[in-house]
Ligand binder design. Structure first.
Ligand code: 6PG
Length: 236
């Protein structure tokens, strides 16, 4: 099932999505579960996180946090998706560090990006959470999700949960990404997409035409919610 909501602009989009996300996390917690939340990188994601930090609701000390992809750079690099999430959200809401799982950094203990991908796959597997509750995804203008890019072999990997990327067309080149099967092992995927520059990718992602190789977002088969602003929705 796919649900689409369109909001006036990026700020309205972020505020509306933050309210829904806080509400969903709270609802999951009310059942006694620890919500399994996968964060994305990206510009509009940062706006979402800032809005989310201002919304009362979930007990952030009981939310388990993962990443869908990460740039394989030094741990203190501002380029890291976890750096962006910590600044905008995690450092402001009081999470339990034992429940926050950043992907390995280039200056960490892994020998290279392949080893780092394998290490994170072990972490995901070892957590016992064999599926997520909500996977957040941004969308590239080329239709990429996480660090799964059009025409790349990583888009089609089925036998692993996490892959290494060494030739990302979106800098930096080295990245770690959850695979499509892993991204789909979730109750829901929530897309957050802003701006006219994404309108074509949104239309291609939601059409019945085209291949996953051309538009990786089409590989998301989990129940999805699309949070768009008017620019991103302008070709629907
Ligand atoms: C990354 C992101 C990537 C991002 C999209 C959209 O590491 O770069 O995870 O998948 O979500 O490229 O990014 P923008 O919202 O900045 O366009």
């Amino acid at each position: 099932m796919t649900e689409i909501s369109v909001h006036e602009d990026a700020d309205d989009l972020a505020r509306a999505m933050a309210l829904d996300l806080a509400d969903r996390l709270t609802t999951i917690q009310a059942t006694g579960q620890v919500p399994q939340l996968v964060l994305t990188g990206g510009t509009i994601a940062s706006t979402l996180y800032a809005a989310l930090a201002d919304v009362p609701g979930p007990d952030w000390g009981r939310v388990e946090v993962w990443w869908g992809d990460e740039r394989y750079v030094a741990a203190d690099s501002e380029d890291r998706n976890d750096a962006q999430a910590r600044t905008a959200l995690l450092d402001r809401v009081g999470v339990d560090p034992d429940l926050v799982h950043p992907m390995p950094a280039e200056d960490g203990s892994c020998t290279d990006v392949d080893a780092a991908a394998s290490s994170y796959a072990e972490t995901v597997r070892g957590s016992g959470a064999d599926h997520f509750d909500i996977v957040l995804l941004g969308l590239g203008p080329d239709g990429h999700v996480a660090s799964l890019f059009p025409g790349s072999t990583q888009v089609h990997v089925e036998d692993r949960a996490v892959v290494a990327v060494t030739d990302s067309p979106k800098p930096p080149p080295q990245r770690i990404s959850l695979t499509m099967p892993c991204l789909n092992r979730t109750e829901e995927v929530w897309f957050v997409v802003s701006g006219e520059g994404k309108a074509d990718a949104v239309a291609r992602s939601l059409s019945s035409e085209g291949t996953v190789a051309q538009t990786p977002a089409r590989g998301i088969t989990a129940t999805s919610r699309w949070y768009l602003d008017t620019g991103a929705a302008s070709l629907l």
